[in-house]
Design a protein around this ligand. Structure first.
Ligand SMILES: O=P(O)(O)O[C@@H]1[C@@H](OP(=O)(O)O)[C@H](OP(=O)(O)O)[C@H](O)[C@H](OP(=O)(O)O)[C@H]1OP(=O)(O)O
Ligand SMILES: Nc1ncnc2c1ncn2[C@@H]1O[C@H](COP(=O)(O)OP(=O)(O)O)[C@@H](O)[C@H]1O
Ligand SMILES: [Mg+2]
Ligand SMILES: [Mg+2]
Length: 370
């Protein structure tokens, strides 16, 4: 826990692109001023030999990194790992990613939410199998099943008709393309903080387009295109980002909270579109672990608040736990000396079960595990 001078250390393990965009001087300085030192983890050395860290912040995958985190966790049970690799893995598959949305229950009278109709295709035969198509109709978006952050995993195709299927390479998810007025909402989640912003998206597809000769359109990371790419494009000139109303904040916050709890993740964003056929129906189409927070206004403050919350909360928990153990030890010792059996125990202190009084303090201490 808090090291010398009451400071906290947060180790980060990120790819160079992410490190450049996220670990800005402005963030490092603000965190430092509030007692938190952001320290780069040296990937050339074992994680367990570094630190001490009160928290590890990471966006790296692979078995080696996972086992390094496990070792670290077992040797530093009080450190916080943001986030758990198992929880992150759910987002690496575009089916399991959205399954959690289908399971969410949120009470709301005026808005509804869900996911677009979709099927998963593992081989080319199924791609042309009419049974597989019973659920879907054109246009569809073909997305790689795997969403592991590679350039390949972002390569998509908007498919207008059967001919367009020829170019696809399973395993893919075929998802109904839903007209949404060319604007996507990105909802950034940082623990309890939730911020929704607008970005440009693919334009609506008209009936005319469906009947044209074109069979598909390939694209990648539309909402992340550089500004000049957007302004050169005639589609983007047609769209009016400023005029689009944001979804109700409390509705997005409820969904964010539900997802955070269900996925056991603190750092993620989700992409939402508003179905133009209904106006109050929202569809979640993508969830990303540790997204580009630096694009979020005031990200330094939001992230620093969150880091403080994490490390201070953990410290409080450790202190409370320690006090409970001390109190309980005291109670047991007193009971031991006057021959009583201890029946009550605080909820948080588990496995303290000397079933009758021990005769001496030493034996008692050995039987206490938290
Ligand atoms: O770097 P950025 O700012 O473009 O962030 C990317 C995200 O952009 P966003 O914040 O949603 O606009 C981006 O979100 P989208 O896929 O564009 O919805 C991803 O989260 C991407 O990570 P990965 O390639 O899926 O591992 C994110 O990329 P990494 O920074 O993690 O490489
Ligand atoms: N079902 C859909 N209907 C309409 N547009 C979609 C749909 N799914 C994705 N898109 C568009 O395609 C973009 C990329 O899809 P997304 O699933 O977010 O992949 P990525 O992980 O690469 O961001 C979205 O930002 C949005 O513009
Ligand atoms: Mg996306
Ligand atoms: Mg994504």
């Amino acid at each position: 826990m808090a090291g010398e001078g009451g400071r906290f250390g947060i180790g980060y393990a990120l790819l160079p692109k992410k490190e450049n965009s996220f670990v800005r001087e402005s963030l490092v300085k603000l965190a430092r001023s509030r007692g938190i030192d952001l320290v780069k983890i040296d990937m050339g050395r074992p994680l367990v030999d570094q630190g001490p860290f009160d928290c590890v912040l990471h966006k790296l995958y692979g078995e080696d990194w996972k086992s390094q985190l496990e070792d670290f966790r077992s040797r530093n049970p009080n450190a916080v790992i943001l986030d758990s690799p198992v929880a992150i893995e759910r987002l690496h598959n575009r089916i399991s990613m959205l399954q959690v949305v289908s399971e969410l229950k949120i009470e709301n009278q005026s808005e509804t939410f869900g996911i677009p109709k979709q099927i998963v295709i593992y081989d080319r035969e199924t791609l042309f199998d009419s049974q597989a198509w019973e659920l879907l109709k054109f246009p569809v978006i073909a997305k790689p099943l795997v969403a592991d952050g590679s350039a390949k995993s972002h390569k998509m195709a908007l498919v207008y008709n059967h001919e367009g299927l020829n170019k696809l390479k399973p395993p893919i998810v075929l998802q109904e393309f839903v007209n949404h007025g060319g604007v996507i909402f990105k909802v950034y989640v940082v623990g309890e903080y939730v911020k929704c912003v607008k970005r440009k998206s693919l334009p609506d597809v008209s009936e005319e387009k469906l009947n044209s000769l074109e069979s598909s359109l390939s694209f990648s990371q539309v909402s992340n295109l550089a500004t000049h790419q957007k302004s050169d494009d005639k589609y983007y000139k047609m769209m009016h980002l400023e005029d689009t109303e944001l979804p109700p904040q409390s509705f997005m916050a409820d969904i964010a909270k539900g997802l955070r709890k269900a996925m056991n993740l603190n750092l993620f964003n989700f992409d939402v579109i508003r179905d133009t056929r209904f106006g109050n129906r929202y569809l979640i189409i993508d969830i990303n672990y540790f997204p580009g927070y630096a694009k979020m206004p005031g990200y330094e403050t939001v992230l620093t608040d969150f880091f403080c919350d994490m490390v201070y909360r953990k410290e409080r928990e450790v202190v409370v736990e320690k006090n409970l153990v001390e109190e309980y030890t005291q109670e047991v010792l007193v009971a031991a000396t006057d021959g009583r059996q201890v029946l009550s125990c605080e909820k948080e202190v588990r496995k303290i079960v000397p079933n009758s009084c021990c005769s001496d303090g030493e034996e008692m201490e050995n039987s206490i595990q938290v």
